[in-house]
Write a protein of this length. Structure first.
Length: 469
């Protein structure tokens, strides 16, 4: 039996692993949780396990948002009891990146003092932070978590050479805040073919142009490409560069900036796999600087500023996917629900009592915090707009917004609540919600005369423009 105590809503998950002979041996459990989830989940847990078996097996237990691999001697039956789980709202930017199956994705959201830059994919391309030159836990960019600040002098993250980080085609992507030039190009990331020669690299030049280098497997050496536009100094910039075998394309803030054709026939990027030794530091990948290990390098190419959300893909992502990554940072879901509340004398709507109940449900696996405002529709003119305190719903929780709350929220003072009001309750959420409105009305006799239920459609608000689904 397993007992997992976390911060999740009450429930019980039973997992049948299969029937096996029992020999009464105890075995340890190893639970590996993806780092994306580990940062989203406050995992205060304890395991109590009795494993009965005679041979080693491997299985996987999946819970919402969490994947645990258990190394165990085959188990008869296990029960996992959840007593509560707190998960941050799903990260839209990370979701978009992961949807395109990166070969490596470093969010650089580790806390100060951590030494490992975790890869969020299943490829385990973890990197090692240098002892100095990098400050972790810095405020990140919207759509992400915290970021890493590089001092422009000596900080780097080193990722060992592997089969995974030797793609023939590539997309390199990151969000940066460039804090100004040093006297050399500043590496966002670089992998070397051998000491001093770039296999693939993404940099910012002293004049603010993006610089891309790729070493071809045959023919054209290390052809570079530069952006037409500039990286803004001191501001967030989303940068991506792709190579499809023929051309390098550079994107700034989701838009295609430039296309540089470097081959007339499809040509692969040089690879250092297989390689002897496999983890040769000379051909490692570096984030925030060049490797420059052999020979010892006294001229670093360290980035000066914040780096966040670094991703590698083994294909050239199309323009619409690059744009989707960028735009996901600004996306919210908006729900505008009509309300009619209070007692009408008949001057605006038919005389009687009107009631609106708006039910809001969080269907996601994570906790969602959404904004709420009441906007009054007055005859012939706009009414007041009243912002309300943010509301939080944990996974699968629901609440109701009713007329007493709406009438209180639309009034200027607590003592001057209107007897009747109509308008909209507007919810703005980073994640989708279920919003259903129930309308009832009663005549002078006090009996319900009408009832209507309406599911409120979502509107995707992106870059300040509302788009209904």
């Amino acid at each position: 039996m397993y007992r997992l105590t976390t911060l999740m809503q009450p429930g019980l998950l039973a997992v049948q692993f299969g029937r096996v002979p029992t020999v009464g041996r105890r075995k340890a459990i190893k639970c590996e949780i993806p780092h994306t989830v580990a940062r989203m989940v406050n995992l205060q847990y304890s395991f109590e396990a009795i494993l009965h078996s005679f041979q080693q097996r491997r299985s996987r237990v999946k819970t919402p948002g969490v994947s645990c691999r258990f190394l165990f001697a085959a188990v008869g039956c296990a029960f996992v009891s959840f007593t509560g789980l707190a998960i941050a709202a799903p990260n839209q930017y990370a979701n978009e990146v992961m949807a395109d199956q990166p070969i490596a994705y470093w969010r650089l959201g580790e806390a100060p003092g951590q030494s490992v830059a975790h890869d969020e994919t299943a490829n385990h391309q973890d990197g090692q932070y240098s002892a100095g030159g990098i400050t972790l836990g810095q405020p990140g960019f919207h759509g992400g978590d915290t970021a890493a600040l590089f001092d422009g002098v000596r900080g780097r993250i080193t990722v060992p050479n592997s089969a995974v980080n030797n793609p023939a085609r590539i997309t390199m992507e990151a969000k940066v805040r460039w804090d100004g030039p040093t006297d050399l190009q500043q590496r966002i990331l670089e992998k070397e073919s051998f000491a001093g020669t770039t296999q693939y690299g993404l940099s910012v030049m002293p004049d603010g142009h993006v610089h891309v280098e790729l070493r071809m497997r045959s023919g054209s050496g290390v052809p570079p490409a530069n952006s037409m536009g500039f990286v803004a100094r001191g501001s967030e910039t989303h940068i991506a560069a792709t190579y499809d075998g023929l051309a390098i394309r550079i994107y700034l803030n989701g838009a295609l900036d430039s296309t540089t054709t470097i081959n007339t026939t499809p040509t692969d990027i040089d690879t250092k796999w297989p390689h002897t030794p496999p983890d040769d530091p000379e051909v490692a990948l570096a984030i925030g600087d060049r490797i420059g290990i052999i020979p010892p390098d006294t001229r670093h190419r360290t980035f000066n500023g914040l780096i966040d959300e670094v991703a590698l893909f083994d294909t050239a992502l199309p323009e619409n996917r690059i744009r989707a990554h960028f735009e996901s940072q600004m996306r919210e879901f908006q729900y505008a629900t009509k309300f009619v509340c209070g007692v009408s004398s008949g001057s605006i709507v038919a005389p009687g009592s009107y009631f609106t109940a708006i039910n809001v449900h969080n269907p996601s696996v994570g906790t969602v915090t959404y904004k709420k405002k009441f906007t009054v529709a007055a005859p012939g003119k706009p009414g007041p707009i009243r912002w309300q305190p943010d509301q939080t719903l944990r996974s699968d929780e629901a609440l109701e917004i009713d007329c007493p709350e709406i009438l209180r929220g639309t009034s200027a003072t607590a003592t001057a609540q209107p007897r009747f009001a109509k308008g909209f309750v507007v919810l703005e959420s980073p994640s989708e919600l279920d919003v259903v409105a129930v309308y009832t009305a009663a005549g002078s006799a006090g009996r319900v005369g009408t009832k209507e239920v309406e599911r409120v459609p979502k509107r995707v608000v992106q870059g300040g423009q509302g788009k209904s689904d």
